[in-house]
Design a protein around this ligand. Structure first.
Ligand code: DQA
Length: 149
């Protein structure tokens, strides 16, 4: 088998509260459960994940910069920063790594301000609306993309 693909998984603001945060929108699965699912999904795909969450834009950017030195790709749910952060987009673009953007909710079916993403324009693709499965689908898509490249 080829060497394991190394994926940096990044969760943005307030995703640490999954499980209790607006469960009618985001469900009852916790971030720890999502990370555990990602770890086993990655293993089946011959990949490894490193998971990181922060509520601080600068810490997210530092994590993205660090990924340049070791990761093959980035899976990110930028949370609310999706819709506002030029800085996060620039940091992701600077890595030149393939990026897959994921959202638990279908951001296109919600408030108008969620319909625009600062990140999508530099992403390989976006998975939105499948709850925790968005992450699993996202990592499959990212590993597929890496295999195709
Ligand atoms: C989210 C959607 C964003 O609009 C929101 O700000 C979040 C979560 C999602 O996963 O559905 O924090 O990224």
């Amino acid at each position: 088998m080829a060497d394991s693909r190394q994926i940096q998984v990044i969760h943005g603001p307030s995703l640490n509260l999954l499980g209790t945060r607006e469960p009618e929108i985001y469900g009852s699965t916790t971030l720890e459960e999502i990370n555990a699912t990602l770890e086993s999904a990655a293993k089946k795909l011959g990949a490894v994940v490193e998971c990181f969450q922060s509520n601080h834009e600068g810490a997210l950017i530092d994590c993205i910069h660090h990924a340049i030195s070791w990761a093959d790709g980035i899976l990110i749910n930028p949370g609310g920063l999706t819709h506002t952060s030029v800085a996060l987009r620039d940091a992701l673009a600077a890595t030149a790594l393939p990026v897959v953007e994921v959202h638990l909710s279908n951001v296109f079916a919600r408030e108008e301000f969620r319909r625009h993403s600062m990140i999508s324009g530099i992403a390989v693709g976006v998975v939105s609306g499948f709850g925790p499965a968005s992450y699993r689908l996202g990592i499959e898509a990212l590993v597929d993309h890496l295999a195709a490249g």
